[in-house]
Design a binder for this molecule. Sequence first.
Ligand code: ATP
Length: 856
Amino acid sequence: MIRVKKLNKYFNKGKNNELHVLNDINLEFENNGLVVILGESGSGKTTLLNTIGGLDVFADGEIDYDGETVNRYSPKKIEKIRNDKFGYIFQNYYLLMDNSVEYNVKLALSVYDMTDEEKQERTEYVLDALNMGRYKKKLVSELSGGQQQRVSIARALVKAPSIILADEPTGNLDEENTINTMSLLRNISKECLVIVVSHEKRISKFFADRIIEIQDGQVKKDYKNKATKSYEKADDSNIYLRELSKESMENDDFRINIYKDSRQIKGNADKENSKIISGENISEKIKTVAAQDKENQGNEIKNETDKIVLNFAWKDGKLYIQNLSDTEIAFEGEESGCQMVDDKKPQIDISSVDEIDYSLEKPKAGRTAKLPFREIVKMARENLKLLGKKQAFMIGTLLMVSVLLSVGAADFTNRMSIDKQSVVKSDSHVVTVQLSPVEGVFDDQLNKAAKDFIGKIKQENKYSDIFISANCDMAVKYNGYSQLGGSVAKLSGYSFISNKHLKKSSLICGKMPENRDEAVVDKWVLENFMKSDSAIAPLYKKVDDFIGTTIISPANQIEFKITGVSDTGEPDIFVEENKLLGLSYSAMNLASLDEMKRIYADKKGSGIKSDTKLESKKVLARKSIYNQDKMMGSFLFTDQRYGTFEIVGYFDDDINVDYIANEQDCENIRTTYNAYSKSFDVYTDDVDGAIKYLKKKASAYRKKYFTASVKCQYNNQLNKYREKRKMNVGTKNIVTIALAVLAFIMIYFSIKSNAVSRIEELTVYRLLGIEKGSILQAYVLEMMMLCAYTVLPGALITSSIIKFMAQVPSLQIKMIYPWWAVLLLIIIIFAINIILSILPVNKIISRPPAELAVKD
Ligand SMILES: Nc1ncnc2c1ncn2[C@@H]1O[C@H](COP(=O)(O)OP(=O)(O)OP(=O)(O)O)[C@@H](O)[C@H]1O
């Protein structure tokens, strides 16, 4: 039972054109029967029906549905009641025209927890009951108006609602279909309450159990209708002779019957401007001819123009008719569309109205208005199909957008990313310290202070991994067998790093260095060399080809053999630290005893035994040096920087070192070397901390001895590059962004126009009580599907082409466009499209369904 209490509704409340459309309506409805709401156009019938049916908001009052009271429009609550109780039928059907009959009916069951088979069964049952079974596979657009209305009735019935609301259900139908539809509704009203809005009194009087008459938003009359037993069809196209009065004129050859509506006054004949002629003796072949001697007879009839004057002449078996009046003559039959029936107008007896056999169980209340996911997928697929021509436009736009944005993104990423390999020439862990003497300081004071400074850093053991800053260019010596054998080419852009920092896991080919003459070079350095324009660069096809190659310092021919290639992500050459001492002209060729023992201990003739020990300031010398000293009678080696060392033994000449000292002496020598060269490197994982620390430490010497420049070359090189790039990013970025914005505006408008043109479809979903979220999900999915076969291939193919072109050296397109950027771009386009597709749809479906279902 529905109780409506003091229901009020306004349109445009508070504005100049405010309309109090429902004014204190109080009504009660039983659980069955056919109730017709009658009223003039604009009286508020539809508004009342929509408000009762939960399709529209109301200002105040309350509606009670079987004990569930609604006193303000709350979409969630109302939607639940709507899904639970109501079925709707509309004048313009609200069907998905391009879908099958079956799909339309089944859609109403989407909100129930039902198997597909159950849905199919119910749908078929209802369609059969309404005599529409054979059309189930047809598209709705292929049906007649009456059939479409039957589909919409089937859709309302399939969920076995307790209340059916029908707004002008026969408004678009001819009389035949009107009677059929109303008969159906009357039949159904035995099982449930049917409320019909109509303005046709005749129909209402015939079918209704109760009539509520509305005027200016108020109930004027509310009464039980004693249904008239018979209903006279409003057939205005045919002439029912027995409804008319008859006059006959007869002679031997002719009998002329004149039928007239007894109510028709004579003057109206002209208005009608047409008469049908009939006569039992009038032959089938009738021809009208113009009178031949109008002049002779004319005078006789001129003053009788208010009458219909016809002259009949029978000649040679033909009847000639002369029409002397203005009245048009038409002949009964198919051509005029009017038949003369020798009978009375047909009447329909209410007892003869077809019974339909219909009884359906109410579906079990799963009652979530959310569509199951498979329904959402189905809906999205159907939506895609419904796009029709627009699909081609959307596909075109999306493809264009993905291509444009891929190009823009490639350009943008390229400019935002740094090709470190071509920009950075130093290890990121290295902090380089350079000391500049303050004015007036003596060299030996300065050296002492520098030594003191380095000593202190080493002592504090915080950033004490100090090693030689070897800014020495090496060269690659090609030792293959070709004309270029023995050629050298400059190797540049790297840091020498002590091989104690090399992990075996970083090796990608070759082996770890086993002695001081071997080095591992990072692929970064080698790849840069391969890209250089030196003559021997093309001889190396891959980094493995460098294994066995020698790198050499051109200054004093210190050599390393490349034994392995690493991939550390740094431009490094890993070598034995002490050997770096030899790279400068003035340095000594020194090795530590430990290092030498590792390689030569107890090797025959090496002169190095595993139990050899060296005290501080005592060294071993190469045999030739030793012999020279022996000749001079002095076994002392003196260097003004490192001091004096006593030569206590010798080792084999083949070992490519001049002196061997113990580890501590080597370290002291390296420190001294660093102090004298006023430059050293610190290896650290905490570059910023090290810079701060070293600056602070150095500041103690600032006044008297030196100022220190403490820098991470790696950071400096990157920053310098970024600075430079900042300057040429400007205009290009604006173009890329403008392109992107333009593309998305295009997408937005095409989606918006698409959504607006599909408002009817959205209305259908909302009228069927499908939750907003589900509709949005279907649209999101639809957009994802659309993107999947536009954006995905568009972006992937464009990006692949760009990447391919970037690899063709002759095109000289240097492009950094990693796959993650392509993926990110695709995700961004998907996301933006999804958001853009939701916005207009959400705006539309957030309105109450009644606002969507505005009548044509
Ligand atoms: N969304 C709206 N905004 C403003 N006024 C509206 C709106 N919908 C309806 N109206 C007005 O409210 C009044 C009642 O409209 P309603 O559609 O309920 O009348 P009706 O009796 O069903 O008329 P008809 O038989 O022509 O459909 C009309 O004057 C109409 O112009």
